[in-house]
Ligand binder design. Structure first.
Ligand code: FES
Length: 128
């Protein structure tokens, strides 16, 4: 990132590198003090949702790289469906990058947790 960007800000949960906490505080500061052309959020879904909510009031174009459950990756199984502006889209073939302000993150979070108990069982049995 440092070779591609004028400035890199880092946030870590424990403060071992950069700002202690999430990316939201440094991003809020950048948006408040700088002309931002675009924000690209890639990572955990709660972070991408928080970024979208942060940039929404100032209308900064924001892209989220969604990571829904995927099965076939061809647009046939429907496992990766997400609602974008109320329309069903398949992240594997229509994305995974979407306008973050149009993503139904609550639905996405619910779908990501759909198999949590099965995933936990698989981990406990050494199959995960
Ligand atoms: S993973 Fe099956 S439709 Fe996208």
């Amino acid at each position: 990132m440092e070779t591609a960007c004028d400035e890199v800000r880092i946030a870590t949960d424990d403060g071992s590198r950069g700002t202690r906490g999430t990316v939201i505080d440094p991003l809020r500061e950048v948006i408040a003090t700088t002309q931002v052309d675009r924000v690209i959020a890639v990572g955990p879904m709660p972070m991408m949702k928080a970024v979208a909510e942060l940039t929404r009031p100032s209308h900064v174009p924001t892209v989220a790289s969604l990571n829904p459950i995927m099965v076939d990756g061809t647009g046939m199984c429907g496992a990766c469906r997400v609602h974008i502006d109320g329309q069903v889209r398949f992240a594997c073939v229509d994305g995974p990058e979407f306008d973050a302000h149009s993503v139904d993150f609550d639905e996405l979070a619910a779908r990501l947790g759909m198999y949590a108990s099965e995933e936990r069982t698989a981990l406990e049995q050494g199959r995960g």
